[in-house]
Design a protein around this ligand. Structure first.
Ligand code: COA
Ligand code: AMP
Length: 628
């Protein structure tokens, strides 16, 4: 038995006792009465009766323990040429003051605060300041357009917004303030206060009575102490793409999150106090919430906050430069980032120029990782490369390989074995477990472990419908995959309309809503076409209304602009093709599942219910031509 097998078996034998032991590592204002109450909430709640403050655990506690001079955050920004180190003592001062500034503007426990920020330290400081007050942050990724931001403001109803004047993308400055103004105008709910970080690259006008300079507000505020909250109180809401319509507000509770994330740093990544950890992601995504901000700080590590891209800022050696310069012990990123580096520097010439002796492992997640990317990085780095499977909903890894328990051999193409905490099964439509090696729906037996969503923000019924109804007694992951004879889990594809573009989770349904609103479009389908760099990219197939005289290319340009303006550049929607008809069943349903398989390059069978096989052939030609 390996230590993994032994630990997993111990968890399975006594899940509640196992988590109770993990909870000892957290500083509680009042320890929980019990680890789990199955009668509370939708499927039970973790650590009821416990009281704590996440910011205290992530910041104050380390200063009290004498780590005040240790670097908490290293901000490395090839976009601006700046590198800045913030110690735990400095972080405490800034977070406490920003919390004071927010409190002075009426933000109190339970109030929501929307954070729309680029990758600057103030993004993490604002998140921690909310946590300090017991306020609930909702960070929105900077690549979303005003309408998406407005939908989140309307749902979260924030009292305040924290933002910056601009973000920096290679070759362009993204002015955030016009997006914020437009989003507030679109939303029926209006925040009373907007704090703006003025960046020298593009300062913005402030609206009198609503907008204020963030740094000035922070500098003049009195430090605010930590507010003790219930373990079951929300820490944050993170909106993620739902199948269609409004985004889903994933709710993260305070106690379970702190316990599971703290535990994951040693168990999954094998790091501890003083180690440098770098999650090369964005604070707008779950990986950024968990592994740029909360988990490394809860564990007393130094976290790297990187404003740049894996290539082009300035070259494909940036990641290795950052690892060497800051002594990164564990790097976590998306396979897309490694594919981008591999494409520009296949021989690893940049990598060889840097001293990577401190780097011990590379972790990958966010999308299915092709085996070639794993073996390429293993060969060049000469260190373990771990693929692990996660979702915004869980906040930490469902399956993986566990440095803290001793790594077991990896199998490229598999996301590893279930983390202690998760009972992962593969089910058929009748809710029966399928034999090992067969593909089915990946599901997790309830209850979910700490940190996983207890429900959706203000939407218990939607939570039940979306996640718990397909397989009673289980959480449906909406991923399909299999478990092999040795217990390795492979995640193959989504079972819904979500596509994964450069590690970003997007809904094709939401893009279809945009295309369908074009006056010349009769019907449409958006599919994720296989792409060697980004994994998938969206392609729009549209049928025009009869009598439309405009050129196809003109309409396609309109559609690309519309998706960029309504959803945002992150959708990476660059191509729409006009087709004569879409393949359908005889009852008139578009064959979306078949289209998805074709676009992914998978084998497919022509459904017996198809109306006209010739149409499918035509569209197959279009999809195959779009693959790269
Ligand atoms: N604010 C504003 N715009 C943003 C943005 C942000 N925070 N992030 C991305 N965008 C824009 C990009 O500039 C790009 O715009 P363009 O169409 O004008 O070129 C568009 O959104 C698409 O971005 P992306 O898909 O990220 O592609 P890219 O060409 O900028 O970069 C990679 C390609 C592979 C380098 C990049 O996707 C990457 O590093 N991915 C890593 C994925 C990741 O971190 N995932 C998080 C989960 S772990
Ligand atoms: P997100 O919520 O953005 O983290 O996206 C979650 C989805 O990304 C999952 O449901 C999977 O479809 C996909 N995903 C994440 N990590 C992996 C992985 N290691 N292997 C395969 N798919 C993954």
């Amino acid at each position: 038995m390996t230590r993994y097998d032994d630990t997993y078996a111990r968890w399975k034998q006594d899940p509640v006792g196992w988590w109770q032991a993990a909870a000892q590592a957290i500083a509680w204002d009042q320890p929980p009465a019990r680890a789990f109450d199955p009668a509370m909430g939708v499927y039970g709640r973790w650590f009821p009766g416990g009281r704590l403050n996440t910011c205290f655990n992530a910041v104050d506690r380390h200063v009290t323990a004498g780590r005040g001079k240790q670097a908490a955050i290293i901000w490395d920004s090839p976009m601006t040429g700046q590198v800045e180190t913030i110690t735990y003592a400095q972080l405490l001062d800034r977070v406490a003051r920003l919390a004071g500034a927010l409190a002075a503007r009426g933000v109190a426990k339970g109030d929501r605060v929307v954070i729309y920020m680029p990758m600057v330290p103030e993004a993490a400081i604002a998140m921690l300041a909310c946590a300090r007050l017991g306020a609930v942050h909702s960070v929105v990724f900077g690549g979303f357009a005003a309408a998406e931001l407005a939908a989140r403001i309307a749902d979260a109803k924030p009292r305040a917004i924290v933002t910056a004047s601009c973000g920096l993308e290679p070759g362009r400055i993204v002015k955030y303030k016009p997006l914020i103004d437009a989003a507030i105008a679109l939303s029926p709910h209006k925040p009373s206060s907007v704090l703006v970080l003025q960046r020298p690259q593009s300062p913005c006008e402030l609206i009198t009575g609503r907008d204020e300079d963030l740094l000035a507000a922070e500098a003049t505020a009195a430090p605010h102490p930590c507010v003790s909250v219930e373990a079951t109180d929300p820490l944050y809401i993170l909106y993620t793409s739902g199948t269609t319509g409004a985004p889903k507000g994933i709710l993260r509770d305070t106690g379970g999150h702190a316990v599971a994330l703290h535990n994951s740093m040693s168990m999954v990544y094998g790091v501890g106090p003083g180690d440098v950890f770098w999650a090369a992601s964005d604070v707008g995504w779950v990986v950024g919430h968990s592994y740029i901000v909360y988990a490394p700080l809860l564990a007393g590590c130094t976290t790297v906050l990187f404003e740049g891209k894996p290539v082009g800022t300035p070259d494909a050696g940036t990641f290795w430069r950052v690892c060497a310069q800051h002594g990164v012990k564990v790097l976590f990123t998306a396979p897309t980032a490694i594919r981008a580096i591999k494409k520009e520097d296949p021989e690893g010439l940049h990598l060889k120029r840097h001293d990577l002796s401190k780097l011990e492992a590379l972790f990958l997640a966010g999308e299915r990782c092709d085996p070639d990317t794993i073996t390429w990085s293993q060969r060049l780095l000469g260190k373990p490369v771990v693929d692990h499977w996660w979702q915004t909903e869980t906040g930490w890894t469902i399956t993986g390989n566990f440095r803290g328990l001793g790594l077991f051999p990896t199998k490229p193409g598999s996301g590893g074995k279930p983390a202690p905490g998760y009972d992962v099964v593969v089910l058929d439509e009748a809710n029966q477990e399928v034999p090992r090696g067969q593909i089915g729906s990946l599901a997790i037996r309830l209850p979910l472990p700490p940190s996983c969503l207890p429900t959706l923000f203000n939407a218990d019924d939607r939570f039940r419908d979306a996640y718990l109804s397909a397989h009673p007694g289980y959480y449906s992951t909406a991923d399909a995959g299999m478990i092999d004879a040795e217990g390795y889990v492979s995640v193959m594809c989504r079972t819904d309309d979500i596509i994964n573009v450069a590690g970003h989770r997007l809904s094709t349904g939401a893009m279809e809503e945009v295309l369908a609103s074009h006056p010349d479009v009769a019907e449409c389908a958006v599919v994720g076409v296989r792409d060697t760099l980004k994994g998938q990219v969206p392609l729009g197939l549209v049928v025009l209304k009869s009598g439309v005289a405009r050129a196809d290319a003109e309409i396609a340009t309109d559609l690309v602009t519309m998706v960029r303006n309504r959803i945002g550049p992150v959708a990476a929607f660059k191509e729409a093709r006009v087709v004569a008809r879409l393949p359908k069943t005889r009852s008139g349903k578009i064959l979306r599942a078949t289209l998805r398989k074709i676009a992914d390059g998978d084998d497919y069978v022509v459904p017996p219910t198809i109306d006209d096989p010739l149409i499918l052939e035509e569209v197959t030609g279009v999809l195959r031509a779009a693959m790269r």
